[in-house]
Write a protein of this length. Structure first.
Length: 136
């Protein structure tokens, strides 16, 4: 079987910081076919916690679909820079989540992180808002 390449868009957001949080992830194949998506309520989280939990959810989705090479698109500049090692993780909760992310990243041949404006992450952002709106 050929190694699959994928593009993952994730977003997490809390209404309030902390507050009720939504998580969204959408996975595409290299040829732009949507392979799957996931959206969940995350409970009471900070925005950064929600971003990392959405990333974990999306990585699980990519692993389930047999993706070996992955590009991850996120609108959280902080999370992207932390994942690239450009910024240190200072918060203990985020450090624990990053450890979980790092364990999942080991299951891929290659992973790249790309910061995108919210407009280019609109599908994942929409999933977050659908989850949060449905709980109101």
């Amino acid at each position: 079987m050929e190694d699959l390449k994928g593009r993952l868009f994730t977003d997490g957001g809390a209404r309030g910081n902390p507050g009720p949080a939504g998580l969204g992830a959408i996975l595409f194949a290299e040829d732009h076919r949507m392979l799957g998506f996931d959206a969940r309520y995350g409970g009471e989280l900070t925005n950064n916690q929600a971003e990392y939990r959405a990333l974990l959810m999306g990585l699980d989705l990519a692993i389930e679909h047999g993706i070996r090479d992955l590009l991850v698109y996120m609108d959280s500049e902080l999370a992207v820079k932390q994942m690239k090692g450009e910024y240190r993780v200072k918060n203990d909760d985020i450090a624990q989540l990053k450890t979980q992310v790092d364990a999942r990243l080991a299951k891929f041949d290659s992973v790249g992180f790309i910061h995108v404006p919210r407009e280019q992450n609109r599908h994942a952002d929409r999933l977050v808002n659908i989850v949060l709106d449905s709980r109101s």
